[in-house]
Design a binder for this molecule. Structure first.
Ligand SMILES: Nc1ncnc2c1ncn2[C@@H]1O[C@H](COP(=O)(O)OP(=O)(O)OP(=O)(O)O)[C@@H](O)[C@H]1O
Length: 207
């Protein structure tokens, strides 16, 4: 297996309490579900793997590029959907997608994704005027811009209606045939239906 995402010996503690203790992973193409009880460190791990926060110790590589020492190259093939996204409230869906396309030097989003999520009527609205589920769909849709080879998603399906959830599942199934998709969720039935490789947070050297 060629590793798309690799991390070694990640350690994170908050206020002296270890949350991640020497976590190492090597993942290739496929669909992986990060699974564990509340507070076991799933979001923390995804933040470290995406480079949105730095571990106390350890290294991350994306497609062989070190996330700190070679960060521009490493992030080129990465898309990350955090649990709480920081998006300027005055931005519209169009603005968000244009920004992502610019950052990834890629064409704008595929119309089939806009259509599948029913986003067309919302693209010109301010982000802070969108419902929770519609915000999630905007972020998920943006993550697919530029054909990233690594998608990290933190409980991405929260707030999605049934139709959008089904579309999301189909999108992930297709994507995980050519990319590494790692998401955290409490929805075990979804992971089972998707045939995901389940990674138990507690088995990773988490608290
Ligand atoms: N920035 C921070 N400062 C201090 N403590 C933090 C910080 N981020 C997370 N923690 C603590 O680290 C632990 C792991 O939190 P994390 O959010 O990673 O867990 P989780 O598995 O994603 O939880 P959930 O399933 O509830 O989303 C928790 O005890 C949390 O309070």
């Amino acid at each position: 297996m060629t590793a798309i995402l690799r991390c070694s010996d990640l350690c994170v503690a908050y206020g002296g309490r270890p949350v991640l203790s020497s976590v190492s992973l090597s993942l290739g193409v496929g669909f992986y579900g990060l699974w564990g009880a509340n507070g076991t460190g799933k979001s923390t791990l995804l933040r470290m793997l995406s480079g949105s926060a730095r571990p106390d110790h350890g290294d991350v590589w994306i497609n062989g590029k070190h996330l700190v020492r070679d960060d521009v190259a490493a992030r080129q093939s990465l898309a990350y959907v955090p649990d709480e996204a920081v998006v300027y409230p005055f931005m519209t869906g169009h603005d968000l997608m244009a920004l992502c396309a610019w950052a990834r030097k890629a064409p704008d989003i595929a119309p089939s994704i806009i259509e599948g999520f029913g986003l067309a009527p919302h693209l010109d609205k301010r982000y802070d005027a969108l419902s929770l589920g519609t915000r999630r769909k905007m972020l998920i849709a943006s993550a697919f811009i530029g054909e990233p080879s690594l998608l990290l998603m933190d409980e991405p399906a929260n707030g999605l209606d049934a139709q959008s959830h089904a579309f999301f599942g189909a999108l992930l199934a297709e994507k995980s045939r050519i990319a590494c998709v790692l998401l955290s969720t409490h929805d075990g039935a979804f992971l089972e239906t998707m045939g995901a490789t389940i990674i138990r947070q507690e088995s990773l050297g988490a608290s």
